[in-house]
Write a new protein. Sequence first.
Length: 363
Amino acid sequence: MAVPAPRLEIKNLRRVYAGRAVVDDVSLQIMPGQVTCLLGPSGCGKSTTLRMIAGVEMQDSGTIHVDGKLICDTVFRVPPERREIGLMFQDFALFPHLSVAENVAFGLKSGSKAERRARVEALLDRVELRRFIDGYPHQLSGGEQQRVALARALAPQPRIMLMDEPFSGLDNRLRDGIRDETLSILKEEDTAVLLVTHEPDEAMRMADEIALMRDGKIVQQGAPYNVYTRPIDRAAVAFFSDANILRAEVSGALAQTPFGRFLAPGVPDGTSVEIVFRPQHVRIDFDRGGKGPAPTPSDGTAARAVVERARFMGNESLVEFRMDYDGTVLKATVPNVFLPEPGAVMWLTIRRDKCFVFPRGAE
Ligand SMILES: Nc1ncnc2c1ncn2[C@@H]1O[C@H](COP(=O)(O)OP(=O)(O)OP(=O)(O)O)[C@@H](O)[C@H]1O
């Protein structure tokens, strides 16, 4: 059976401003019904990528295909309004002078009046706002307006939906519900979605695939679980959570640290490495008459530390420790309430299977 073409395929997209490539050789494929998140810090080129796909900006090189058909290269260009792409942006406001029904119907060009009305009603049913059909945007809450905006974007049955931080204007309480609802509607409609966000939580929650972007390039791409558990470098770890770092030098494929030895297979002798681990993978033990727990193969050796401060964060407690060995501060999180006094002596160990060893300086 022939493999269907991706709904959206961008190849080697590049955009240069003032001599700087803000989007640099970006390639992506998105299948129908798939949500891909372009995740990265502010200014890394996410919105510029989206604007090129939408057709409101031209790339300097690279191509864009939809369902296997070229829609844009540097010579040929389907205009934005003929690309069958829906847009949802944070500040993509509804038209204040149009009713909810007129807003949703805005992009509907084909079909009879009755057919258009039926599509508007069906979509408002779907976002559970049918009762506001003759209302006006100012009569709706922020979350309701966002749902109308979703219905408006979906009305012409776009093959692709581009979303740029669409939920960041909503307060936390509303956000999760609207995100989940939006996602299930988009899946039902079999739309390919490219969602731009700088929030790892949002990407983890929404994405089938995350494309991690930095300085105009996609540095890592994969399912959220893989990107989180197999980060390619220290910055990729730190983008998702706090990251602790140990520095060491490799000798005989092992890195010696105050927490014992770490495997560094294939790393040449004398290489400086960083051992990176998340605060939730630090184990805390109490002091037992000047000693910590005995070493184990999975947790290595315990290192002595003094509590610097401890804070309750809601779902977990965050404890900062000053390490005896060189005064560095390491962070540990503990589920529930754990608030030891500053100055208390404790012993830390690190889960070996949750550590990442990277050559030092590789960002
Ligand atoms: N029209 C423009 N002219 C010159 N530079 C631009 C233009 N548009 C964007 N840039 C620059 O390109 C870089 C990428 O911008 P872009 O908006 O794509 O980033 P982003 O990842 O979406 O960031 P944010 O999350 O803050 O919106 C930034 O450094 C920005 O200043």
